[in-house]
Design a protein around this ligand. Sequence first.
Ligand code: MG
Length: 419
Amino acid sequence: MSQNRRSFMKSLAAAGTWAAAGAQPRSAYAFEKDILTLGTDGITRRTPVLQKKTGTKLQRIETYTQGTNVSFVRVQTDDGAEGWGQISTFDADISAQVLHRKIARLALGQDPADLEKIVDRCVEENYKFPWSFICRAVAGLDTAVWDLLGKREQLSVCELLGGRPRPFPVYGSSMSRTITPEDEGKRLARLRGEKGFRAFKIRAGKVNGHDEDQWPGRTEHLIPAVRKAVGEDIQLLIDGNSGYTPPKAIEVGRMLEQYNYCHFEEPCPYWELEWTAEVARAVSVPVAGGEQDNDLAQWRRMIDMRAVDVVQPDILYIGGLTRALRVAAKAAEKNLPCVPHSANLAMVTVFTLHLMGAIPNAGDYVEFSIESTPWTDGLYHPALEVKDGHVAIPSGPGWGVTINPAWLAKAERQVSDLG
Ligand SMILES: [Mg+2]
């Protein structure tokens, strides 16, 4: 990492009130002095809307699911208020079943302002079924409750968290490894002109690749070709998607240093924290990671051992905004920037914009997919639009977007309620 960038990141974290708040006494419920420990009220302390009861209770939790990719959640309280959220994409139909079978009964009847306790209870009581599908389902509930709380206060979620809706810089994120280096360079140069992107992310190696490339020589060709195509003044990020052992990752990292890349994501299998830490120590390009990680104790280890220089929780994989905020706060304590994973244009990018508009250690850009994905078209309005390399954080109330009623009418509806 360049000295300039490192000191910029440090100044971001130092400027924030969250890092300072982290030094306050912990909740009596905490059994370790750590914000990520189950049972802490770390986010509640910082968020006025969570500090006062609403005097209502969660009456109904509905899911609206189409296919395997998208499932929206509506929560309603006994006074008729509602909020909308989304279960994590990909096998969302399975996660919707999990929400109704394993989560809903733990949340119904609770005051929505007790969100931290609800989320912790949903994860903890499902201790025999940890993480993936539980967290994906909890994320739907959590994001719907945040929308409800924002609508009650007539504020955006960003404002509930102490931020301000505004245009936020985004990086254009390529999801393709089948594209040739020449074609990738051409399309990014075109998007730079058309949309004003100032940063892009491309794909190195092969997913879980055991040091193989997508085809021989692609990565060695791609790194200089894209730099040449977009120019020296564009920030370039690259994602290894768990593809390398440390020696190969460090070899690729040397090329990234040579061509002035600013972010080397998931260079090693993500569960191999020691491997990732070895790469982070060896190369000057900041190493990023964490999109798959949904165990907060694993996050604590990752941050404390400095396995990564940049944290990337995915709001929907990790179990919602509440849990992502804990990771962001822990990272702020260690002066690490947060650049969440938001790799599609369903609601996760909306949620991420609100988060990034509020946290003191927000990185430079929100991830914004440049791929055409018909399944995300028309899901909500207003649609996110890139202008001059920025996307406006929706101004609320709540998330500030409305789910398309025609889409909902075609979806499979399931209901859990107090009866
Ligand atoms: Mg990634």
